[in-house]
Design a protein around this ligand. Structure first.
Ligand SMILES: CCCCCCCCCC(=O)SCCNC(=O)CCNC(=O)[C@H](O)C(C)(C)COP(=O)(O)OP(=O)(O)OC[C@H]1O[C@@H](n2cnc3c(N)ncnc32)[C@H](O)[C@@H]1OP(=O)(O)O
Length: 155
């Protein structure tokens, strides 16, 4: 199964967080389950993504929620099109607002799993709820408003 970011048009694939064409970036990859209507991004932080030794830097966690949310929004908008989910291109979203709750320190080492759900969707805007788990423990919750990129923004 290909990931959402795989289907972004080339001009929108350079994001530091999730751009497949940015070799310096995190290259987050988000998978969309069309039946469950749920998204999933897995990422293993590097040892240098440290806040205090042993724990993940919060900015990285916010980035994960950010890009995971734009990808989830993209998949949710793709559902409105007549083409199948596994055929690109996908609509591209930007984040209008991002809330992150750090519920517990996130241990550095385990692969993080972000799970996203569509809370609200219109033709242009998607509200995405995300939970991030480390070793099965919920450590971060996020909520993002993502908006289909306006006409004429590259791509
Ligand atoms: C060219 C390359 C592009 C590549 C994209 C890569 C993106 C990678 C992911 C990111 O890192 S995003 C980076 C951080 N985000 C930004 O830089 C976005 C900056 N903000 C904007 O450009 C505009 O504010 C934005 C496009 C998000 C919205 O402006 P619009 O004038 O198009 O929005 P509009 O006022 O029409 O509102 C559309 C809907 O969004 C809602 N909305 C807009 N801003 C909001 C906000 N801040 N909070 C909550 N809701 C918001 C607004 O209420 C409305 O909801 P409804 O349709 O239900 O009425």
């Amino acid at each position: 199964m290909n990931y959402v970011q795989f289907y972004y048009p080339e001009g929108f694939a350079h994001c530091y967080g999730c751009g497949r064409l940015n070799p310096e970036g995190h290259q987050f990859k988000t998978y969309w389950d069309p039946e469950k209507r749920e998204s999933r991004t897995e990422f293993t932080p590097k040892p240098y993504h440290t806040a205090i030794p042993g724990f993940v830097y919060g900015g990285l966690l916010a980035s994960l929620v950010d890009c995971h949310s734009t990808a989830t929004g993209s998949a949710a908008l793709k559902e409105l099109e007549s083409t199948p989910w596994d055929q690109g291109p996908y609509p591209r979203c930007v984040t209008a607002s991002l809330e992150v709750q750090f519920l517990k320190p996130t241990p550095l080492g385990p692969t993080l799993v972000a799970v996203g759900r569509v809370l609200e969707r219109s033709e242009r805007k998607v509200v995405v709820g995300t939970e991030v788990y480390a070793d099965g423990v919920l450590t971060v919750k996020g909520k993002a408003v993502v908006v289909r990129i306006p006409e004429g923004w590259g791509g």
